[in-house]
Design a protein around this ligand. Sequence first.
Ligand SMILES: Cc1cc2nc3c(=O)[nH]c(=O)nc-3n(C[C@H](O)[C@H](O)[C@H](O)COP(=O)(O)OP(=O)(O)OC[C@H]3O[C@@H](n4cnc5c(N)ncnc54)[C@H](O)[C@@H]3O)c2cc1C
Length: 512
Amino acid sequence: MTRTSPPLHVVWFKRDLRVHDHVPLAEAAARGPVLALYIAEPGFWALPDSSGRQWRFVAEGLTELDAELRARGGGLVVRTGDAVEVLRDVLDRMPVAALWSHQETGNAWTYARDRRVAELLRERGVAWHERRQHGVIRGLTRRDGWAARWEKLMRAPVAEAPAALNPPVLDGAAIPSAAALGLADDPPQRQPGGRDAGLDLLTGFVGPRGRDYRRAMATPVEAFDACSRLSPHLAWGTLSLREVYQRSRAELAAHDGPDGDRTQAQSLVSFRSRLHWHCHFIQKLESQPSIEFTHFHRAYDRLDRDADPAKLEAFAEGRTGYPFVDACLRALAAHGWINFRVRAMLVSFASYHLWLDWRATGPLLARWFTDFEPGIHWSQMQMQSGTTGINTVRIYSPIKQSRDLDPHGVFIRRWVPELAGLAAKALHEPWKSGAAAGLDYPPPVVDHASAVRSARDRIFAVRIGAGYGEEADTVQARHGSRRSGLPRTGRGPRGRADAKQRRESRQLGLEL
Ligand SMILES: Cc1cc2nc3c(=O)[nH]c(=O)nc-3n(C[C@H](O)[C@H](O)[C@H](O)COP(=O)(O)OP(=O)(O)OC[C@H]3O[C@@H](n4cnc5c(N)ncnc54)[C@H](O)[C@@H]3O)c2cc1C
């Protein structure tokens, strides 16, 4: 490429590793030659919430993205380095018409990086076109009308992948290994990355695999198969939220008539509401980036959380002495995924029973999650720690959850083999009968009843403080949803499906 060639449209792939329904790519390709660029940023991958499992999932997505681009005559240019330096190098080497990307609602690091990129482009007089891929709205001051706008975006036609692309005009390097980025761990049972794997999951889930989703999603015994498992694909963009939404909507239409499968339809309705929550939670971080570090409701700054390294270590190692908690922690560490109810219970246990700060446990959990999505993660960390000021304080009993979700101890035996020989009735509280005596399994790190009492007292002492309600109103005005925006099932104005959905939403603190 020479300085007299037509200027390039640089498409910067971030958390959107696909060519299908990729609006920036489609728009750029319609205007001229494209440079498809991915920047592996060592600074990002060194963050405390980044991990090897996330990178490897991304790397698998990049390999397939490159193949998709090649199939159209193009190819992916991968560069490793600081984004500003890489982009500066591109701008120095060739004429660039514009930079194209999706809007990113990331953590403080990516926000600062994007500001530096914007500054560079301003200096060079190059436009940066950022397009929405989620229902998140930049610069939003109030939530009114948000749900309707979400629906409109999700129902808009998907962007066609460009039929033909120009060959890459720059040399790229190989996709760096995890080791080259200083990343080591990768759990043996992590789910595979790449669009093909995502499409297989989607097809299976909107078909028979997802039929029992609604009934089985809470228990880790069944959730690994019953849930969609699409979260890492949505987090890293190997599938677009819109295509997932539209596929589930089409399947729902097929099941929503008198001859349809009502169970499947209800599961699809529940699933679709979660796609809505995806953006609802990311919007909170977009509107208030500080929630990565500070409480939604600042009265909780007064809480004197424990910085006890022994408790944090017990949590990190899955040796808290609560068998179900430990089984869930170990399963998460090994798979890079666990279902919503368990995530909520684990954070509740860490923040209330162990009285640990969510800012200490948050990065640990984020690294474990292949699907780490900052907006959902930090909102949920605070919600399950009782610090939003607008949600019900829900302290899960790890013993009740154990009995309810794993009554026969199947999951506990699989993940806590130290206790595999115990009878089911002893598994939930082995310390009571002394059944674990002599086994290599610790006693409970805290006493359940007294830990809960103490946590409740401390949380409620904050809630009765002066001015608490006023600030909670401010948080609600900024972050609370106005109405569900969820379309009805077609089974009457307020079908049973809707009622359950509303109940689920309320439990999640979505004020419908
Ligand atoms: C403390 C905590 C941290 C979490 N961190 C993350 C995270 O980093 N990344 C992430 O994707 N999800 C996170 N979640 C939400 C939820 O647990 C996962 O989205 C879900 O378990 C992913 O599995 P799935 O794809 O099979 O979900 P499904 O139940 O099949 O749902 C489909 C999709 O809807 C979205 N979704 C589902 N539940 C929620 C929810 N409660 N809030 C927002 N969106 C939702 C996800 O994109 C998910 O892929 C977190 C939840 C908690 C309690």
